[in-house]
Ligand binder design. Structure first.
Ligand code: SAM
Length: 228
């Protein structure tokens, strides 16, 4: 059997799936994540959910090519409609989509999440909006990770049931990420400071409000990075 090699991004998502989980991977275009986790023997079974016909067919084909039809069920479904409480899903991964879309997917099936113990979410953008949605709906961010791949930064949120309060800074930067200050985190926000400082140089001195807004954003980032 040839093992499926995940991208560094999906590999990091996979690392937060608990051993022995029954997994639902939402938006599982090639079913790479559930296939790799089953090949490793890390999870018990999985559903690969996909809403678009083409990617759904790719997932079906890959699962069959790897002889995993008895362990991975590929379902053509929108978001959390891919599972029922009787499937006993314990962990859901949603990766490679916008933060707002991830929140919409969770909101549309909110009542089904009561029996799920962990969500591993990898938004491609609007991480702050996703964090705000999670906190508003009694989810707790128990861990976070960040990586750079192909010149893009990706954040991963590990989420469980429970209440949590986050400050505006924690919503934006991530409560764990801002505490841990991993190299990728420092690089991401240092690059953002460079972009904002460049933008500031282009704003005429007379445009005080635009300058003040940019300066405030730069100051906030520098405070989080502990630089002056
Ligand atoms: N999860 C994979 C990854 O991270 O590499 C694939 C990411 S791909 C950019 C997003 C996939 O999610 C697409 O195949 C898309 O069709 C699917 N998708 C988008 N919205 C969805 C929804 N509401 N329910 C299920 N799948 C969805």
């Amino acid at each position: 059997m040839e093992f499926t090699k995940l991208s560094n991004r999906l590999d990091l998502v996979a690392s937060f799936v608990p051993a022995g989980a029954r997994l639902l991977d939402v938006g599982s275009d090639h079913a790479y994540l559930p296939i790799a986790l089953l090949q490793e023997g890390k999870i018990e079974a999985a559903i690969a959910g996909e809403v678009v016909e083409g990617p759904y067919q790719s997932a079906l084909q890959n699962v069959a090519d790897n002889g995993l039809e008895d362990k991975i069920e590929v379902r053509l479904a929108n978001g959390l409609a891919a599972f029922e409480p009787t499937d006993g899903i314990s962990c859901i991964t949603i990766a490679g989509m916008g933060g707002r879309l991830i929140a919409d997917i969770l909101a549309a099936g909110l009542e089904k999440l009561a029996g799920v113990s962990r969500l591993v979410l990898q938004p491609n953008n609007r991480e702050d909006e996703l964090r705000a949605w999670l906190v508003d709906h009694d989810f707790c961010i128990v861990d976070e990770a960040i990586l750079e791949e192909n010149e893009k930064f990706y954040e991963i949120l590990v989420v469980e049931q429970g209440s949590q309060e986050l400050t505006a800074k924690e919503l934006r930067f991530g409560p764990h990420l801002m505490r841990e200050q991993a190299p990728a985190f420092v690089q991401k926000w240092s690059k953002e400071v460079e972009k904002l400082e460049f933008a500031l140089e282009q704003v005429p001195v007379e445009n005080q409000s635009a300058r003040a807004s940019l300066e405030e954003r730069i100051t906030h980032i520098k405070e989080v990075l502990h630089v002056s």
